[in-house]
Design a protein around this ligand. Structure first.
Ligand SMILES: *Cc1c(COP(=O)(O)O)cnc(C)c1O
Length: 380
């Protein structure tokens, strides 16, 4: 089955009771038993829920995996992966990681005796240099936020296989429409389904997809034992979101290209970060592992300071100034005062997150309106 069919039908069957085309929202915590243990496969909704299961099957299908797991948030999904580890284990991760993942690793799991290394993953030899007998997991995020760096998943997966390490990829920015980490050698794919999978900025959710039944069994055990599951209503919303993922992503990519090119041609814009440009340092890797380049763009207005960038994002009318990304509506953010405010200025600027950097999540509106909005905001 091709991807554009999988988003609609993958792992799905019509409701057995009445033939409902969409799975009903089974808003129930428990299930009647005829005799102790005499049930129809469902006992308690932390463990299993039919609406969540329908979503989990769809997730497995679109990522080319065998097992899907849905959680109450992206971070809850990452939390479950980290619980595969034991004190003394080590993790190698990218240095410009999503801030919430960095916080979970360093402020929570480090206290439980897990050691984290953060490295620029453009260089696989830099990753290899950190591997020792305690290394268990490599955590990749690509494209990165907000600098749009691209990490070569195949190269990192070859290293992981050589040293028998697990490889997990946060696929939130790319989505399986653009990039399929399991096919590129990853063991675990993670999503903040809050973003493109949900796609309508109306739900917070996380997801994991794996191929291997042993890893799946451990993760299902953790999902049930720790209990960070999502509810049936949210499962329904994300399942509904996934059905239009391919058409939304196609438009996100088209609009992303138009906006990136507009910004690059604007005399008052100094720098544009978007992996579709041939001048992007990882463009060749992006071309190899992604089918297109997405709708996430960062840019720096020429000669702008902190206050100038804030004034630009305040002037936007079609773009909404807000955290998050991946919804149908265009959003703008100012990392230095929003998502990356907790990172000291010197450290932030080392990875390119300067005071004037503005991040866009380009939505699926008419690109003429988006360009006009950016023009009036930049030109003031
Ligand atoms: C938002 C996000 C997360 C965290 O997901 P939540 O659903 O907010 O918990 C993780 N990784 C990336 C890349 C994200 O954008």
């Amino acid at each position: 089955m091709k991807f554009n069919t999988k988003t609609i039908h993958g792992g799905q069957e019509h409701d057995k009771a009445y033939g409902a085309v969409m799975p009903p929202i089974y808003q129930t915590s428990t299930y009647a038993q005829s005799t102790p243990g005499g049930h129809k496969g469902y006992e308690y909704s932390r463990t299993h829920n039919p609406t969540r299961n329908a979503l989990e099957n769809a997730l497995a299908s679109i990522e080319g995996g065998n097992y899907g797991l849905a959680f109450g948030s992206g971070l809850a999904a990452i939390d479950a992966v980290m619980k595969l580890l034991k004190p003394g284990d080590e993790v190698i991760s990218t240095n410009d990681l999503y801030g919430g993942s960095f916080r979970l690793f360093t402020k929570i799991f480090q206290n439980f005796g897990i050691k984290f290394h953060f490295v620029e993953m453009d260089s696989v030899s830099a990753v290899a240099a950190l591997v020792n007998e305690n290394t268990k997991l490599i955590w990749v995020e690509t494209p990165t936020n907000p600098m749009m760096n691209i990490i070569d998943i195949v190269a990192v997966s070859e290293l992981a296989k050589k040293y028998n390490l697990m490889l997990a990829v946060d696929n939130t920015f790319a989505t399986p429409y653009l990039q399929q980490p399991l096919a590129l050698g990853a063991d675990i794919v993670m999503h903040s389904a809050t973003k493109y999978l949900g796609g309508h900025s109306d739900v917070v959710m996380g997801a994991l997809v794996v191929k291997d039944s042993e890893i799946a069994d451990q993760l299902y055990f953790i999902q049930n034992a720790s209990g960070a599951v999502c509810g049936p209503m949210d499962s329904f919303l994300v399942l509904r979101g996934i059905k239009t993922l391919h058409v939304r992503m196609q438009r996100h990519c088209e609009n992303g290209r138009v906006i990136a090119e507009y910004l690059a041609s604007h005399p008052s814009v100094e720098k544009v970060y978007w992996p579709g440009f041939e001048s992007h340092p990882n463009h060749e890797v992006a071309k190899k592992q992604m089918t297109d380049f997405g709708g996430m763009i960062s840019f720096v207005p020429k000669g702008a300071k902190y206050e100038d960038a804030i004034r630009i994002v305040e002037r936007l009318k079609v773009f909404t100034l807000a955290e998050s990304l991946g919804g149908v509506e265009s959003l703008a953010g100012h990392p230095a005062s929003m998502t990356h405010a907790s990172i000291p200025k010197e450290i932030r600027e080392q990875s390119g997150v300067v005071d004037a950097l503005i991040r866009l999540s380009v939505g699926i509106e008419d690109s003429d309106d988006l360009i006009e909005d950016l023009r009036q905001a930049i030109e003031g």
